[in-house]
Design a protein around this ligand. Structure first.
Ligand SMILES: [Zn+2]
Length: 503
């Protein structure tokens, strides 16, 4: 029999209660997850997504909104008198515990080892029982069946697992039974598989879990800490390895901020393992003080949710609607962002503003100093600017969750030249040198006899007006303050714009 990890009995004695004698044997076998059978795809997957493995902050910052993930779940329960042995309230309590732990809402979240306090991370996720089955019929998210065994095995049970599975790309499938390996052992708690496309293609992706440790109601006799072993299995399902994998050396768990450790090194604050502080509070160790994931682990779970094909389909809005779990979805407050087609125009021209906010806003509020119209509630308004000047554009996006902060940019409107009115303007093929400059610029590539030059400051005021020729193409900027200016060169043949930076 493979991959049954034996945990020391120390913590179980510490948690002794009426069930102690049973639990000493019952609880000492924690999850099975088989790196050698499953890590190949995980390893490939990491290589493909290398940028997401190198740093925690860049990953988390890349998510503009705090996306809320809802995962539709179905439980397939196999037991004698299954509906009374593993009632709905027991299954719901188990999901409640997973949701509590994953979202950092556990009571001991604020009492982890101080050394690891700043490394704590949490997801914004809800695992929810499906209310619509694959045929579109109402369900409570649970299917009940006569007693069965062995779905925790790697081979020989695929046909059985598949028989009961609901589409793996629409539902997370959890199988509940007492004898996970059909070997007569009834005290193994659970087993999970990493994200794996071949498994999901064949409807074999799953967690298999023992109802004796499921939640805190019904037939569960797990102590409070052991109830979070289910959370540990969900961690595997979201691509997390054990923090102790590889021991003190080697690949470890592919997460930067979980120090290498030996299994179950201890729960006392300041415990060391492998020569550095041990994160015994981590859900992905085997300990009696489960209370945290790290930011790096959260980033890795987010990568699985956002980039692994077997996970990304589950939380899409259309799937939440299809599986009857949309009511759990909480849209994130949008992060207002927009683009402008340009931020420098001549008076009388228009600018197109485009909403690029995340969070699916449903309401847009724009104000345009100097613009016509001066306000807009359109998503992507086109605004005319009739007078020269420097103007602020502010924008706020709102959805059902609320409004984000205002986003503001400035645009510059420069005066229109008389000579250019009504003419077709061709771009002149000119350039400015040097730019940035400390004192003077030259307009280069001049071909014609005379060019009119205007330079505007950021308020649209003319700070220079004159002409240049091929033989006299320099303009002194000695009298200007440092800053950004806007140059316009016109001839009968066209117009040329450039920003000029005075150092
Ligand atoms: Zn495990």
């Amino acid at each position: 029999m493979k991959n049954i990890f034996i945990l020391t009995l120390v913590f179980i004695i510490a948690f002794s209660n009426a069930y102690t004698q049973q639990i000493q044997t019952a609880s000492d076998i924690k999850c099975g997850v088989n790196p050698s059978d499953n890590f190949d795809e995980v390893a490939t997957y990491i290589a493909k997504n290398n940028k997401f493995q190198s740093g925690v902050s860049s990953t988390s910052e890349s998510f503009d909104c705090v996306q809320h993930y809802v995962i539709p779940v179905v439980f397939h329960v196999f037991a004698d008198n299954a509906e009374t042995t593993v009632p709905l309230e027991q299954i719901q309590s188990a999901l409640d515990i997973v949701n509590r732990d994953m979202n950092g809402l556990n009571d001991d979240y604020d009492s982890v080892d101080p050394y690891f306090m700043d490394r704590r991370g949490k997801l914004n996720i809800t695992f929810a029982l499906a209310t619509i089955d694959p045929e579109g019929k109402p369900t409570n998210g649970i299917t009940y069946h006569p007693n069965n065994a062995g779905f925790g095995n790697y081979l020989n049970y695929d046909d059985s697992v598949r028989t009961y599975a609901w589409d793996n790309y629409k539902y997370m499938n959890v199988y509940i039974m007492l004898d996970l390996y059909n070997n007569g052992i009834t005290n193994a708690s659970g087993i999970a598989w990493y994200p794996n496309t071949a498994m999901s293609d064949n409807n074999l992706a799953r967690i298999v879990y023992n109802y004796s440790y499921l939640g805190n109601k019904g037939s569960s006799f797990a102590d409070p800490n052991f109830q979070s072993v289910f959370t540990h299995e969900f961690g595997h399902w979201l691509n997390l390895a054990h923090t102790f994998d590889g021991g003190c050396e080697g690949e470890n768990d592919y997460v930067d901020d979980t120090p290498s450790t030996l299994q179950s090194a201890g729960c006392e604050d300041g415990t060391f393992s492998c020569g550095h502080p041990a994160n015994g509070d981590n859900y992905m160790d085997y300990t009696d003080c489960y209370s945290m994931f790290t930011k790096g682990q959260v980033a890795r779970m987010l990568d699985a949710l956002n980039y692994h094909p077997t996970r990304i389909s589950l939380w899409q809005i259309k799937n939440l609607i299809a599986t009857g779990t949309y009511q759990y979805y909480k849209p994130a407050v949008p992060n207002s962002k927009f683009t402008a087609s340009t931020n420098l125009i001549e008076q009388g021209e228009s600018i197109t503003f485009t909403d690029i906010s995340c969070g699916n806003p449903i309401k847009w509020e724009w104000t345009f100093e100097g613009g016509t119209p001066a306000t807009s509630k359109e998503q992507n308004p086109i605004i005319l600017f009739a007078t020269p000047g420097k103007f602020k554009v502010s924008f706020m996006a709102t959805n059902t969750e609320g409004a984000s902060n205002k986003s503001i940019i400035e645009i510059v409107v420069i005066p229109k030249t008389e000579s250019s009115v009504g003419e077709s303007k061709e771009s002149l093929d000119l350039f400015v040198y040097p730019n940035p400059t400390s004192d003077r610029i030259e307009i280069r590539n001049l071909e014609y006899s005379s060019y009119e030059v205007s330079i505007f400051d950021n308020l649209g005021n003319v700070v220079f007006s004159g002409s240049v020729t091929k033989g006299n193409n320099a303009i002194s900027l000695e009298n200007l303050y440092s800053g950004v200016y806007h140059l316009r060169v016109t001839s009968n043949n066209g117009v040329f714009y450039s920003k000029v930076i005075k150092k």
